[in-house]
Design a protein around this ligand. Structure first.
Ligand SMILES: [Zn+2]
Length: 365
């Protein structure tokens, strides 16, 4: 079986859609030819010169990292800094570079969710569910055709609420229209106002899928010119957003909790402030999660596990919640395994490696 670079990108995109990345992010294929044959993949948190050399030594022509090597446009490719050197080295060595950053951070199968499962959290939910990510699609369909339209819209990604699919609302009413010159009406006579019993079909839909759902609805709709509205919603997307919150099996003391974090996550040291005596509900946001302390408090968490907390942020947080800063790399090193598992499942019998050179650049003395 021959795979292309694009097959690896598509496999990861099917779990962590690139369309969900934040506006400031730069996830996706960053360097390389999507159509080139895939010879091997190396996974890393960050792409360094050592990681790239390791990829070449292992015969890999794709490196998938958590953090994008480029965030802003590159204006020159010299040996001036590591970013330029790495991109130039990748082009010379014909190694493609890709990143899946915020799409993996905002997905329960991604970084925070995986860390939550690692420490045994149950009933996990997204911590900071995303706003402005949902819409409602409203289609006016002649009676007798509404089920076909609901089915088509569902298959395209509309109508999912929690663990339910095909969620729709239908109300009956009357549509009207007059077919003018050039029209080919499904029902009614040319030049005469026609009244037709119709159902108003409403389905919730992620905004990024709205074009796909619209065209599915149009295909299943019998009219030449279907009336379909897209209405933005203020509801938050319960399956998309930073961090997770869930419950431990049993209450732990602060010391037991810290020890468990060290053992299961494999972090060398933890900076923390404590508040409650025992820990049961835990919020997690991998990477720099200081902005979600309020969400953790609002979710009723006893402890918030994150990284990159400043001194004053820790002191302020201590009034309301225990915070454990486990380190940025430590919280995200799990991405290598996550990406590898996805590709092993979607592109079987293929060479995948986790880097040995991409260790934590931060040392503890
Ligand atoms: Zn990060």
């Amino acid at each position: 079986m021959t795979y292309r670079i694009s097959d690896a990108i598509s496999a990861l995109d099917s779990v962590f859609p690139l369309a969900t990345q934040d506006g400031w992010d730069n996830s996706g294929l960053l360097v390389g030819d999507a159509g080139a044959e895939l010879r091997g993949v190396l996974f890393a948190v960050d792409i360094t010169e050592d990681v790239l050399a390791e990829a070449t030594a292992k015969g890999c022509n794709l490196v998938v990292a958590h953090h994008p090597i480029m965030f802003r446009g590159l204006k020159r490719l010299t040996d001036h800094d590591a970013e330029q050197r790495i991109v130039a080295m990748a082009i010379r060595g014909d190694v493609a570079l890709a990143a899946f950053h915020t799409p993996a951070d905002k997905n329960i199968r991604g970084t925070s969710g995986t860390l939550g499962r690692t420490i045994g959290l149950k009933d996990m939910k997204i911590l900071a569910a995303e706003a402005d990510a949902l819409c409602k699609i409203v289609a006016f369909v002649p009676t007798g055709h509404s089920e076909a339209v609901v089915e088509a819209m569902s298959a395209a990604g509309a109508g999912h609420i929690g663990n339910y699919s095909h969620c729709a609302w239908q109300t009956g009413g009357n549509g009207q229209f007059r077919a003018e010159d050039g029209a080919k009406p499904f029902v009614g006579d040319m030049g005469v106002v026609h009244h037709e019993p119709e159902a108003r079909v409403e389905m919730i839909c992620p905004r990024r899928l709205a074009p796909k759902v619209m065209s599915a609805a149009v295909s299943a709709h019998p009219y030449e010119e279907p009336a379909i509205d897209i209405v933005p919603l203020a509801n938050r997307h319960q399956r998309l957003g930073y961090g997770v919150v869930g419950d431990l099996d049993k209450e732990l003391t602060v010391r037991e909790f810290l020890q468990m974090l060290k053992e299961r996550i494999g972090c060398e040291s933890i900076r923390y402030v404590e508040r409650s005596q025992t820990i049961r509900r835990v919020a997690i946001c991998t990477g720099s999660g200081s902005e979600f302390v309020g969400s953790a408090v609002g979710a009723g968490a006893d402890a918030y596990v994150t990284a990159d907390m400043k001194y004053h942020q820790m002191v302020d947080a201590k009034q309301e919640i225990m915070v454990a800063d486990i380190g940025h790399y430590e919280s995200e090193s799990v991405t290598k395994q996550i990406f590898k598992d996805i590709l092993k499942e979607k592109l079987p019998n293929f060479a995948h490696y986790e880097t040995h050179k991409g260790a934590n650049p931060i040392k503890y003395y």
